[in-house]
Design a protein around this ligand. Sequence first.
Ligand SMILES: [Zn+2]
Length: 413
Amino acid sequence: MRFIIVALERFFEIGMLKNSKKGFKIGLAVACCLVLVVALALGVPKLLKTDSIEALPSTPTEPASNEAAEPVDSGDTSIPLNDSQADVPLDFSEAAKKYFDKIDSKYSERSFDTEKHDPCLEWIQKELMKAGYDESNLTVDEFHVGNKIGKNLLLKIEGADPTKQIIVGAHYDGFGATDNGSGIALLLATACGLVNKKPDVNVVCAFFDAEEIGDKMLGSKHYVECMTKEDIANTLFMINIDSIAAGDYCNIYGGVTQGETVVRTEGYELAMNRAEQLGFHVYRTADLDGYYQEHEAGPEVEARAFYTNPWTLEHPTPDRNVEYLSPSTGDWSDHAPFMSIIPYIYFEATNWYVAQYEGECDTDNEEAGINGQIMSTDYDNMIYIEERFPGRVMAHFQLYSPLLSSLMLHPYE
Ligand SMILES: [Zn+2]
């Protein structure tokens, strides 16, 4: 206001002094400029302020994950995302991708008993604490590996019903971006993203050690050995995340092959149903049964779709292996120690239609990796995967992340 008065005084002063048309015009111009400056000074920041308030989501703030981006809620950010709006899927894919890149650049070799193994574990722990968890949530559970010590990192997120739990595991030992930098990245991003949420039941996030040692899954085996009968009875299911970045098909497995049938498929069915509810296309056993025999190839990979092991008793692998029928899978990852006692869900991206037809090849692109195999090779790094399959890593996180968040928050059908 004071500026306007000064401007007017100045206007009349100039006009009177010069007492001419020219003087009047100059005075008017000076006054107008001053009024404009005042208007800008007072009005524009106010306008900007109003805009920025409106642009901010009215959601509870997601935890800062520092080096990784803050988790991004999918959909309209102006929609409040809280427990009363449980149906809105939470997508932490951007944070997962940043963690993935970080693991690839800094901890690509983190095999048991190597130099970066412990620093990688400490980094995961630090990220969880930065997100808001503390010692009361975190445990480092040690076990013997020969004369060395293995370390599982366990994060407990308290649920509304603390008498029930689910377990979500990803092994952090080993080397390579997809196996299992991708699993660590997704689990870490999701755990950090859910720090202020209350899942329906307790969630144990397990960063397992020593999975790769002779394919023996020592960390998850140790975890299962420590479970009481009560723990087992109170666990709804276990989710295993291992190698989701590079493979052609985003698969979901579950169940145990017993003779000619598959039992304990509850986890798989829940995950497929939930994926469908979230708007993803799902290809279940029945949808894939016999496709390969008819077409001598797998179906074209669809974006935003989940698949599973395609082999059934009626339509087994070309070499007629019926050891693990759809939707189950082999016992080569951390779901294995759980599978005889608890329903499991296993996220893995791979291709079941090539080589030995057991999914150990990531892709039917034989030029990629070593005859299509990327995991467990020197090609398992972010630059190579991104060059060969631009956008694939992020696309896979965008598929698995909302599903994982949804299952972690709401484990009942
Ligand atoms: Zn693995």
